[in-house]
Ligand binder design. Structure first.
Ligand code: FES
Length: 127
């Protein structure tokens, strides 16, 4: 599975919306640092958080068990199973918010925005 990732802080800095259809095209044109935007491979059995760590990135986390939302990501393209035994409200699941500590995308390619814990409505859930 190949995942193209983008740091939510970049959206915040540039005033880009998570809903922008050309979000990742903008990111590619912006010549961002590798920790802010790029691609990584997720090996079978790895969670997305583990894959990021194995690629040398320090994505946010705290509990690693679906209880805190520090590791929240937004799926922009591709599919990732909704977490089981977690604290995300259904409305967030419907908007593509997932927890990177619990799973990884199941489509061959996916686009995700990580660090969405800084998105105001996710931040409200943070423990
Ligand atoms: Fe706490 Fe993922 S690290 S929910």
């Amino acid at each position: 599975v190949t995942v193209e990732y983008l740091d939510y802080e970049v959206l915040d800095d540039h005033g880009w919306s998570l809903d922008a259809t050309d979000l990742f095209e903008r990111a590619r044109r912006a010549d961002l640092e590798p920790d802010a935007h790029g691609r990584l491979a997720v090996e079978p059995g790895e969670t997305l958080l583990e894959a990021a760590e194995h690629n040398g990135f320090a994505w946010p986390f705290a509990c690693r068990g679906g209880a805190c939302t520090n590791c929240a990501i937004a799926i922009v393209d591709g599919r990732m199973p909704p977490p089981v035994g977690h604290i995300l409200p259904e409305s967030m699941i419907e908007r593509g918010i997932r927890l990177s500590c619990l799973a990884a995308p199941i489509t061959d390619n996916a686009k995700v925005v990580y660090n969405v814990k800084h998105m105001p409505d996710v931040a409200e859930l943070l423990l």
